[in-house]
Write a protein that binds this ligand. Structure first.
Ligand code: GDP
Length: 172
């Protein structure tokens, strides 16, 4: 799971797993700079990738995070999918589109989530959805606040689990 700092990634991770405090939420964006793995049910691991694009981050740190992200997404052999979180009010920018393209180029699935959907009025939602067209995938609108979309995202993740091969057992 990847997204810009402050996009609501920690909140959504906590919401989809039902484990409060699993990923730290904070009002200080850019705090999560490492890659954290959350092993779920043996066949799917949720990976909390560092938030990128934090304005107050030193340029060298920001560049390091961006290259860490691209390296991870290009090289991780058992990558099933990239879940990319994008603020529903902003829509995708060039950086998110480039991340999605890099993953699709490897033949892996991209799931797009429009976050903080509760902040949009009904009258704004159609235009917001249309702003996601350039990323090439229809987003799942989600709100960690009121729970909208959380179940739909869980289902997409469970579909991924079912697509994974069973782990190879060691011979006795
Ligand atoms: P992260 O930096 O991407 O991990 O973002 P956080 O989960 O820490 O959230 C950043 C800020 O956005 C916090 O102040 C959250 O309370 C707020 N936030 C996160 N998700 C939602 C949401 O679905 N709706 C609203 N209204 N606020 C949210």
């Amino acid at each position: 799971m990847a997204g810009r700092s402050n996009v609501g990634k920690s909140s959504l991770l906590n919401a989809i797993t039902g484990v409060k405090g699993l990923a730290r939420t904070s009002k200080t964006p850019g705090r999560t700079r490492s890659i954290n793995f959350f092993d779920t049910i043996g066949r799917l691991t949720l990976v909390d990738l560092p938030g990128f694009g934090y304005a107050k981050m030193a340029r060298t740190d920001a560049a390091r995070i961006t290259s860490l992200l691209f390296d991870y997404l290009a090289e991780r052999e058992n990558l099933a999918s990239l879940v990319i979180l994008i603020d529903g009010r902003r829509g995708p920018a060039q950086e998110e589109i480039a991340l999605a393209d890099a993953v699709r180029a490897r033949g892996r699935e991209v799931i797009v989530v429009a976050t903080k959907w509760d902040k949009l009025r009904n009258s704004q939602r159609g235009a917001a959805l249309r702003s996601f067209v350039p990323i090439g995938v229809e987003p799942i609108p989600c709100s960690a606040l009121d729970g909208e979309g959380v179940e739909a995202l869980r289902h997409r993740l469970l579909d991924l689990v079912q697509q994974q091969p069973l782990p190879v057992r060691d011979r006795d």
